[in-house]
Design a protein around this ligand. Structure first.
Ligand SMILES: *[C@@H]1O[C@H](CO)[C@@H](O)[C@H](O)[C@H]1NC(C)=O
Ligand SMILES: *[C@@H]1O[C@H](CO)[C@@H](O)[C@H](O)[C@H]1NC(C)=O
Ligand SMILES: *[C@@H]1O[C@H](CO)[C@@H](O)[C@H](O)[C@H]1NC(C)=O
Ligand SMILES: *[C@@H]1O[C@H](CO)[C@@H](O)[C@H](O)[C@H]1NC(C)=O
Ligand SMILES: *[C@@H]1O[C@H](CO)[C@@H](O)[C@H](O)[C@H]1NC(C)=O
Length: 577
């Protein structure tokens, strides 16, 4: 249990009557602690900040004072940078530690060090890998994994601050990424919790009666509520939202309880998932007030390609963008900021969880449900294209939106599928300065896979999905468009420089060291490439069977500036170079 001893707990759940007796004991322990604390306070010795000068990290400032006797000196030691950094949770990934802070810090805060505590009470400070915002009330920081004989219970400090001594037994628990509740989102009268470690059959719905959700309310006065699950699949458990939490402008921790086949509850799984009760106030939009068409995507370091993709699809009628950002450090936030300044409606969601694309899409589908009739799930290198509009000479403006809106009143269509054409490097050797739609014009002959635009209202309550393939409610089907009406141009194999980065990303999704010979059967591997990121001699000529300038011609005739032939996203691309 994560509560500290000295904290009174209220337990509402009837199954936990015994705990109420225990809480009496806690109360006594608490009172004792209080008096001991009072004693120390009066003797002025409790706040001992010990400083390690032992040359582990020369960057740590060695102050003259090692014993501080009042709250006042503590304030001073933070150099006015109040509030201090509060690490709320730690999650251990194979290649880093994720720290979740209840303090707001921004993206790219350079001035932070991770402090590790060793077995012999020595401390080690290493620079933090990265920081970012997380949700409305938290931030994240990444730290290198603890070296041998150092605890993973890492603290975070501003570079130059005093190293605070932590007693070993007081170090907080570190959650293992294999077994932890990591996100939660309110959906009407329910909460959707995302959990690692339930070990369920893939691609199948689970029996919700094996699960319950536990809500922890309050910081000093922890109150626990338990509700039943109503749906479950993959990493998702959906539970009833306790009535008393609705509308409360407070945050609650949510975790999942597994019920074994004999009906016994196991202790709640560790969790870092939190919700804010206020999120249950839905600005209930009726179908007509919703955006007709939104897009969810997950990306990592593709900022230079975002502008063309958003401008083009906005022209096709996309009104709202949800970008799930997996630790980008290439100026994505700034790019999104400037697009918003130009009237596009784009939000960035920090998604630090590895190998969780399905969960990310489910999360996005829940969020988009309140705002959008239709949601497309496609990547930044994929572009919808309507060949017929061109042959008929009519412009494509808003074509995608009007296509989906033609089916909004159909109760039986929950998904619209469009086939993809995979484009090759098209003879290029450098990143095309006018954008991908104009640069790449040679593709493979046969379409491959398809992309989906779905109605979030119609997906099953368990949110069961296979990346962009959501299972729909009973009786709801999908519509497949024919190639001559609409296709997706997938700029899958771009110039080597771009492809290499994507290749690295793909492999990184599966193994920590991408040179390891794993996952060779994956569909996402380029045929014949193996695991080596070495440019094949004929790369620029590969994947080229049909020259297809359809989208290029459309883009040039609809977007290019009359005199100079500039495209609206072009300046941006050149700045990147
Ligand atoms: C870690 O601690 C163990 C036992 O205290 C010791 O034998 C070992 O040498 C230490 N390893 C390092 C790298 O310090
Ligand atoms: C919860 O959300 C409400 C409304 O957005 C906000 O005013 C409040 O500060 C949030 N509470 C916390 C603890 O973040
Ligand atoms: C973006 O969309 C949201 C939700 O649909 C809406 O509340 C908000 O006002 C929009 N923002 C802009 C800048 O249009
Ligand atoms: C949508 O329906 C309208 C009216 O029936 C039709 O004119 C239009 O071509 C359809 N749009 C698409 C993209 O299918
Ligand atoms: C996010 O990026 C990291 C590398 O920073 C990678 O290991 C991880 O698999 C990615 N996650 C997703 C969901 O793409």
């Amino acid at each position: 249990m994560d509560y500290e001893n000295g904290k009174k707990r209220k337990v509402r759940n009837r199954h936990q009557l015994k705990t109420q007796l225990l809480s009496l004991r806690y109360l006594i322990v608490c009172l004792c602690c209080f008096f001991v604390l009072l004693f120390f306070l009066s003797s002025g010795k409790v706040f001992t900040l010990s400083v390690r000068s032992d040359s582990l990290r020369p960057s740590l400032r060695v102050p003259a004072l090692s014993v501080l006797s009042s709250m006042d000196s503590i304030h001073r030691s933070f150099h006015g940078r109040f509030p201090p950094l509060r690490v709320e949770d730690r999650v251990k990934f194979p290649d880093h530690l994720l720290l979740i802070l209840s303090t707001r810090i921004g993206k790219g805060e350079k001035n932070l060090v991770c402090v590790y505590h060793g077995v012999k009470e020595e401390t080690l400070a290493l620079p933090a890998i990265s920081t970012d915002e997380f949700d409305e009330f938290r931030s994240i920081a990444r730290c290198p994994n603890a070296p041998l004989n150092f605890s993973s219970s890492v603290d975070l400090q501003f570079h130059g601050d005093l190293v605070k001594k932590t007693k070993k037994q007081k170090q907080s628990k570190v959650h293992n990424w294999e077994k932890v509740g990591y996100e939660a989102v309110i959906d009407g009268d329910t909460v959707v919790v995302f959990v690692k470690g339930l070990n369920r059959r893939p691609h199948k719905e689970s029996d919700p009666s094996y699960y319950k959700c536990q809500f922890e309310i309050g910081k000093s006065d922890v109150e626990v509520l338990v509700t039943k699950a109503v749906a479950a699949a993959q990493e998702v458990v959906r539970c009833v939202l306790p009535e008393s939490l609705k509308l409360k402008a407070e945050t609650f921790k949510v975790s999942v309880i597994h019920i074994d086949p004999r009906g016994r509850s196991t202790p709640a799984l560790p969790s870092v998932a939190r919700i804010n009760g206020s999120d249950s106030i839905v600005k209930k939009k009726s179908g007509r007030n919703k955006h007709e068409l939104c897009v969810c995507t997950m990306l990592w370091n593709q900022a230079p390609f975002l502008r063309e993709w958003i401008m083009y699809h906005s022209w096709l009628g996309v009104e709202r963008w949800f970008i799930y950002d997996n630790n980008s450090d290439d100026g994505l936030q700034e790019e999104i900021g400037s697009l918003n300044g130009e009237g596009y409606n784009v939000s960035r969601h920090v998604w630090p969880w590895i190998k969780t694309q399905e969960a990310g899409f489910s999360h996005c589908a829940v969020r988009a449900k309140e705002e959008c009739n239709w949601v497309g799930f496609f990547d930044v290198d994929e572009f919808y294209y309507f060949p017929t509009h061109r042959s008929r000479g009519s412009p494509s403006k808003n074509a995608l939106r009007s296509l989906v809106s033609n089916y909004t009143s159909w109760e039986m269509v929950g998904e619209i599928r469009t086939e993809c054409h995979s484009f090759g490097p098209s003879g290029l050797t450098t990143v095309p300065s006018r954008g991908v739609t104009v640069g790449y014009t040679c593709r493979q002959a046969n379409p491959e896979r398809h992309k989906s635009i779905i109605r979030p209202e119609m997906v099953t309550s368990s949110l069961l999905n296979e990346v962009h393939h959501f299972q729909m409610k009973e009786g709801v089907g999908h519509l497949s468009l024919v190639e001559s009406v609409a296709v997706v141009n997938h700029y899958k194999y771009q110039v080597w420089e771009t492809f290499k980065a994507k290749f690295y990303r793909r492999v990184a999704t599966y193994v920590v060291d991408w040179r390891e010979n794993q996952n060779q059967g994956s569909k996402d591997r380029a045929p014949g490439l193996g695991t080596e990121a070495v440019e094949p001699v004929d790369w620029k000529r590969r994947f080229c069977e049909v020259w297809d300038t359809g989208l290029k011609d459309l883009v040039l005739s609809s977007f290019a500036d009359g005199v100079a032939g500039y495209l609206p996203w072009q300046r941006q691309l050149q700045e990147q170079e």
